[in-house]
Design a binder for this molecule. Structure first.
Ligand code: GLU
Length: 316
């Protein structure tokens, strides 16, 4: 079947006279930040002078699905949390004993914060109050499910025994909390985003729960860093000030056999139009060319390396 598909693809490509090549980017839920960011990258690549790439930005469950889809060849690029990139490349967590050594880093994007949001009437004020409550950890394809489990375990809360764990997709979460079907949910995400805007504007009041006391987790998992986000990004939220938590960077990944010229074209379109990319979403405001080379926990793809060397971001 695979061979027939490959032959059909080749036939299709040659019938296009090779003038157009099709690539795809795995993003996330329409209510997250990956989805609009993937759409913005698609636009920059397609608008680049002399472009021959036809790009589709696909909705997905998040980092874990994107990495798996990149590795099985069903998508060309994927947006993924830098911690999942590390775990996939090194054969940990979801990829326990099965290192994805062909995974390649392209560049990093916005910072993400492990965000915990709880209904006011649930009585959850600190993360320790999660015990016994209905908590959405995330779907298995998401990046935040692993973060939620790591945080609960660091707090001494057993996700299988001490809470009623749910595995909903992120697009369901805002309505599930509003309908009183869950008490809280985790979402590792850039701010602001659609899911949390929706959750904070409903009739059931919600609050952000700080995630602190994570020193031991950061020590064993150095891809995490302490961070915070301002509540004012959600004008209807009942708190003020900053919410303390931990987070990581978002990254773009691909597979080692993605042709160098395709990766080069994508990187060039993004780096040469960074100001326009930054305008596409508030979470992207802090991007800098130097910062976007950080967060690589898998080797850099040579097509990206070529561009970074050409513009002096990397030494030759
Ligand atoms: N970090 C989330 C995940 O990997 C997705 C965040 C987003 O869609 O912006 O599942």
């Amino acid at each position: 079947m695979k061979i027939i598909l490959a032959a059909l693809t080749l036939l299709f490509l040659s019938s296009c006279g090779n003038s157009q090549r099709f690539i795809s980017i795995g993003t996330g839920s329409q209510t997250g930040v990956y989805y609009p960011v993937g759409g913005a990258i698609k636009q920059l690549v397609e608008d680049a002078p002399g472009n021959t790439l036809n790009v589709s930005a696909k909705a997905s469950l998040g980092s874990v699905q994107n990495i798996n889809d990149v590795m099985n060849g069903s998508i060309t690029f994927g947006i993924a949390q830098s911690d999942r990139q590390y775990q996939a490349y090194n054969g940990l967590s979801n990829w326990n004993g099965d290192p994805q050594t062909d995974l390649r880093f392209v560049f990093s994007l916005h910072p993400e914060v492990i965000t915990l949001i709880a209904a006011e009437d649930s009585g959850i004020v600190t993360a320790a109050d999660l015990k016994g409550k209905r908590i959405n950890l995330g779907s298995p394809g998401s990046g935040h499910r692993g973060n939620a489990i790591a945080i609960l375990e660091t707090l001494g809360i057993d996700p299988d025994e001490d809470i009623q764990a749910e595995s909903l997709t992120i697009k369901e979460c805002a309505s599930m909390i509003q309908d009183n079907r869950i008490d809280a949910y985790f979402f590792t995400v850039g701010h602001p985003n659609g899911s949390i805007t929706e959750a904070t504007t409903g009739r059931r009041k919600v609050r952000f729960i700080p995630i602190t006391g994570m020193e031991s987790l950061i020590e064993t998992s150095p891809f995490y860093a302490e961070t915070q986000f301002p509540v004012k990004l959600y004008p209807q939220a009942i708190q003020t000030g900053e919410v303390e938590s931990i987070g990581m960077l978002t990254t773009l990944v691909t597979r080692s056999d993605t042709p160098d010229d395709i990766v080069y074209a994508v990187v060039k379109a993004v780096f040469e139009n960074l100001d326009s990319l930054k305008e596409q979403h508030p979470a992207l405001q802090g991007l800098t060319p130097e910062g976007m080379l950080k967060g690589g926990n898998a080797p850099l793809h040579p097509g990206a390396e070529k561009y970074y060397q050409e513009v002096g971001l990397l030494e030759l």
